[in-house]
Design a protein around this ligand. Sequence first.
Ligand SMILES: *Cc1c(COP(=O)(O)O)cnc(C)c1O
Length: 249
Amino acid sequence: MELNAEQQFKDIQNNLATVRQRIVDACKKAGRDPASVRLLPVTKTVPAERLRIAYAAGCHEMGENKIQEAREKSEVLSDLNIKWAVIGHLQTNKAKYLARFANEFQALDSLKVAEELDKRLQNEGRAIDVYVQVNSSGEASKFGLPPEEVCAFVQKLPSYSSLRIKGLMTLAIFSSDHDRVRECFVKMREIQAMLRQEAPAGLSFDELSMGMSGDYELAIEEGATVVRVGQAIFGKRPLPDSHYWPGMG
Ligand SMILES: *Cc1c(COP(=O)(O)O)cnc(C)c1O
């Protein structure tokens, strides 16, 4: 490895170790088993060559929020055994791409997308894990179902047999006020509890994907089982979040 690549490898390895340790500490504080929280590294904007290094450093799952970027990287890195998670809004006409390479889709928020994705997956002879995205902050800029619509929405999902419904996903409010962030996570836990009573048989809502670089410890305290962490592993992105989340800010 050239020096630069070696340095990148060490940085990623160190950052991963730090995040993992903080996950363990947050679990201890909350009286939870650290094995109950999965770290999903978020790789958006990180170039494919760097992801090769990240893979060597221990990132075997990668989360991307844009289908085009995810698709390109999955092709360039197809020699590695990476599990790809699409964690951003999907347009119906892009479902066919996702169906080819993704192992997981965490941003389901419409029946049109569910139907198209299911159809495309059946064509491919595949099934994937799916999370329903909820807009827990109520911000107009965020995707996801309003909390009050989630129950009716999930009643329709058993028709899509290639979607293995696993749980819920959310982005909390972007705020330095911890109480407001926590409120979003608490709301998710309440919706999860409600679904355990009300959801149709065969769907599972055990997974709660919530928490990012700035708030994953808080999310773990409130029951997250998947945390999606990008910048704390790969460093700050060059442009503000408003650039990477279409429709935000
Ligand atoms: C970018 C992104 C993350 C990770 O954010 P970081 O601040 O880099 O940790 C998590 N979830 C989604 C949906 C994202 O787009």
